[in-house]
Design a protein around this ligand. Structure first.
Ligand SMILES: [Zn+2]
Ligand SMILES: [Zn+2]
Ligand SMILES: [Zn+2]
Length: 145
C-alpha cells in the first residue's frame, strides 16, 4: 500500500510542482519561465539558476523578481542604470561609484599608479643643450669683435 514516492521526487517538490502528466513546473517565486520539465534533473538544473542569480535591489524592477543575473558584475552594471552612479572612466574597468570624486580618486590610486612607474616620463630634460647654444653664440660674438 506504499505510494512509492522516490526520495528524489520528494526533494524535487522543493523546486517545483508535479503536474498531472508527471512533468514538473518551476515553483520558484517570481520565476518567469513557463518551461515544463519532463525529467527531475532538468528542473533541478533550472532551479539552480535561481539560487545562483543576483537580483536587482530596486523595487518594481522586473529584474528584482524574475530574470536576475548570473554574476555580480552583470548585476552591478544593471543597477547602475537605476541610480545615476558614476562608472569608472578607465577603459575596461566596471567599478561604479556614487560620486565623481570617488571615481577620480579610484582612477588615481588604482589605474594611474601603475602607469606612473614608467621610466620614460621622469627623465625628459636633456642636459647640455642650452649650454651648447650659448657656446656657439659666444664664439660668434668673439669673431665680430
Ligand atoms: Zn524557474
Ligand atoms: Zn533593476
Ligand atoms: Zn577603475
Amino acid at each position: 500500500m506504499s505510494r512509492s514516492a522516490s526520495p528524489s521526487a520528494a526533494d524535487l517538490r522543493a523546486y517545483g510542482y508535479l503536474n498531472d502528466q508527471g512533468t514538473w513546473t518551476c515553483a520558484y517565486p517570481g520565476c518567469t519561465s513557463r518551461a515544463i520539465f519532463t525529467r527531475g534533473c532538468d528542473l533541478r538544473k533550472h532551479h539552480k539558476r535561481h539560487t545562483k542569480s543576483f537580483f536587482c535591489h530596486h523595487q518594481g524592477c522586473p529584474q528584482a523578481t524574475g530574470g536576475g543575473f548570473s554574476s555580480k558584475k552583470d548585476l552591478a552594471r544593471h543597477e547602475a542604470k537605476h541610480n545615476p552612479g558614476v562608472l569608472c572612466e578607465w577603459k575596461g574597468c566596471e567599478r561604479v561609484f556614487s560620486r565623481v570624486d570617488n571615481m577620480r580618486d579610484h582612477v588615481k590610486r588604482i589605474h594611474l599608479k601603475a602607469n606612473r612607474q614608467s621610466p620614460t616620463a621622469a627623465t625628459q630634460s636633456p642636459p647640455g643643450r642650452f649650454g651648447l647654444s650659448v657656446d656657439v653664440k659666444n664664439l660668434h660674438a668673439g669673431t665680430t669683435r
